[in-house]
Ligand binder design. Structure first.
Ligand SMILES: *[C@@H]1O[C@H](CO)[C@@H](O)[C@H](O)[C@H]1NC(C)=O
Ligand SMILES: *[C@@H]1O[C@H](CO)[C@@H](O)[C@H](O)[C@H]1NC(C)=O
Ligand SMILES: *[C@@H]1O[C@H](CO)[C@@H](O)[C@H](O)[C@H]1NC(C)=O
Ligand SMILES: *[C@@H]1O[C@H](CO)[C@@H](O)[C@H](O)[C@H]1NC(C)=O
Ligand SMILES: *[C@@H]1O[C@H](CO)[C@@H](O)[C@H](O)[C@H]1NC(C)=O
Ligand SMILES: [Ca+2]
Length: 431
């Protein structure tokens, strides 16, 4: 008889079955729930809270429809069958034992039974039970597989889905834009402009460059389709063009001694002197791998540049932390000057918000500007605009690796810059 194994198996399956119906052991609760199916989500108290702080609340979520294999549909049926069979078998067994006691004397082991009809019935049932038990085994396997799938579903969190959709949208936009760029070489410019077809979004200046825009001016960009679009100034000339300008200084017309809120939103005139805004800079750098180019010009007409192969600004929650890496260029790596003066991985600080590494004061207040201050600086392109050399606190536009910058000048004078500009472009952009 395989009764013992069968018993074991059936209780195991039963356990798995009730587990899937509800994580709760209380079967009354399950019936209760199906009766009042009207409210999709319910929270119920199940008694008093324990001292440990855990309260026996139960949340009932709306029903979830899952396609189960057909074996699963048969589970209940099979289970009932098995119950019936179990009863039959145990009564037969009892009956058998009774007759066995009587037949024991005139029977040799290994020969045919006297009660042959009953025995056939039992073998038949036994094979039936065996078949059912293997069915149940299969069903249990299916359940395990489903359970595994459910667990995997849990792991797919919303963030992953969002990133996936984002990257797909980015891909589509890129493909459409580049097709657009090829197309503009064929029909005349007027035909293109009169076309009713709206462009998809342009993430930054490099995508305007790709569709054939070659003049440096303002364009509307949408770095993240879920967020707003805004105007930027595009430099279509420097080093192949396609640059989105983040900051510019050229005549001192804009005051950079501003608050956190001002730096967040941006200020100034994007055709002249301005700060694009930390939220916008974050959006522009999060959707694409960007490189940063800094152009500087002093009052002697010396023009040098710094190129960083990596540039990223985090969101406001992370205090717009800066990441720059892989310097190249002629102006020197002032953003990562030394171990003690390093702007990489520093938070943004403004005169009214101290996130710097200077313990006894606010660098933003001291140097009257917003910047990724360390304790305090080896570079600051948002310093005060001086039209000539100046004395006192070094709160002007500053780049610590500039030729002759660190040498003391007669009379304690400090030199300043005539022009400064920060701009970004996707790392993989090919002009
Ligand atoms: C389910 O209830 C039974 C009897 O009420 C109990 O022995 C068993 O420990 C319970 N199982 C769980 C997982 O709570
Ligand atoms: C966009 O997706 C296609 C197909 O999946 C792929 O071949 C192509 O390289 C992707 N392009 C970009 C820019 O990711
Ligand atoms: C910067 O702004 C603050 C607050 O408006 C002001 O107190 C401070 O004097 C300003 N600093 C400079 C150098 O203009
Ligand atoms: C993008 O959206 C966030 C959250 O909705 C908002 O705080 C932020 O200012 C937006 N950025 C821009 C540039 O509009
Ligand atoms: C950095 O400079 C070197 C030497 O001039 C050059 O070969 C390399 O291509 C530059 N890298 C970038 C990213 O411009
Ligand atoms: Ca400080």
């Amino acid at each position: 008889m395989k009764l013992a194994t069968w018993c074991c198996l059936s209780s195991a399956v039963l356990a798995a079955y009730s587990c899937l119906v509800a994580a709760n052991n209380d079967t009354e609760e399950i019936k209760d729930q199906t009766a009042k199916d009207a409210c999709p989500v319910r929270l119920e108290s199940r008694g008093k809270c324990e001292q440990g702080g855990e309260c026996p609340y139960q949340v009932n979520l709306p029903p979830l429809t899952i396609q189960l294999p057909k074996q699963f549909g048969r589970m209940e049926e099979v289970f009932k069958e098995v119950q019936n069979l179990k009863e039959i078998v145990s009564s037969l067994k009892k009956c058998c034992q009774d007759s066995k006691l009587q037949a024991d004397d005139n029977r040799d082991p290994g020969t045919g039974d006297p009660g042959e009809e009953d025995d056939n019935r039992v073998t038949e049932l036994e094979s039936e039970v065996n078949k059912l038990s293997s069915d149940l085994k299969n069903a249990k396997k299916e359940i395990d597989v489903l359970q595994g799938r459910l667990e995997k579903l849990n792991l797919v969190n919303m963030n992953n889905v969002e990133n996936y959709v984002d990257s797909k949208v980015a891909n589509l936009t890129f493909v459409v834009n580049s097709l657009d760029g090829k197309c503009s070489k064929c029909p005349s410019q007027e035909q293109i402009q009169s076309r009713p077809v709206q462009h998809l979004i342009y993430k930054d200046c490099s995508e305007y460059y790709t569709i054939g825009k070659r003049s440096s001016e303002t364009y509307r960009v949408t770095p993240d389709p879920k967020n707003s679009s805004f105007e930027v100034y595009c430099d279509m000339e420097t080093m192949g063009g396609g640059w989105t300008v983040l900051q510019a200084r050229l005549d001192g017309s804009t005051n950079f001694n501003k608050t956190w809120q001002d730096y967040k939103a941006g200020f100034g005139n994007i055709r002249k002197e301005f700060w694009l805004g930390n939220d916008k800079i974050h959006l522009l750098t999060k959707s694409n791998e960007m490189i940063l180019r800094i152009d500087l010009e002093d009052f002697n007409g010396v023009k040098l540049y710094a190129l960083y192969d990596e540039f990223y600004v985090a969101n406001e929650f992370l205090k717009y932390r800066l990441h720059v890496g892989n310097y190249n260029g002629t102006a020197g790596d002032a953003l990562r000057f030394s171990k003690h003066y390093n702007h990489d991985m520093k938070f943004f600080t403004t005169p009214d918000r101290d996130n710097d590494r200077y313990p006894s004061g606010n660098c933003g207040h001291f140097y009257s500007s917003g910047w990724w201050f360390d304790a305090c600086l080896s570079a600051n392109l948002n310093g005060k605009y001086y039209h000539q050399k100046y004395r006192g606190v070094r709160n002007g536009i500053f780049w610590g690796t500039w030729p002759g910058m660190s040498e003391a000048q007669p009379g304690g004078y400090k030199s300043s810059f005539k022009k400064a500009k920060m701009m970004i472009r996707p790392k993989h952009f090919k002009p």
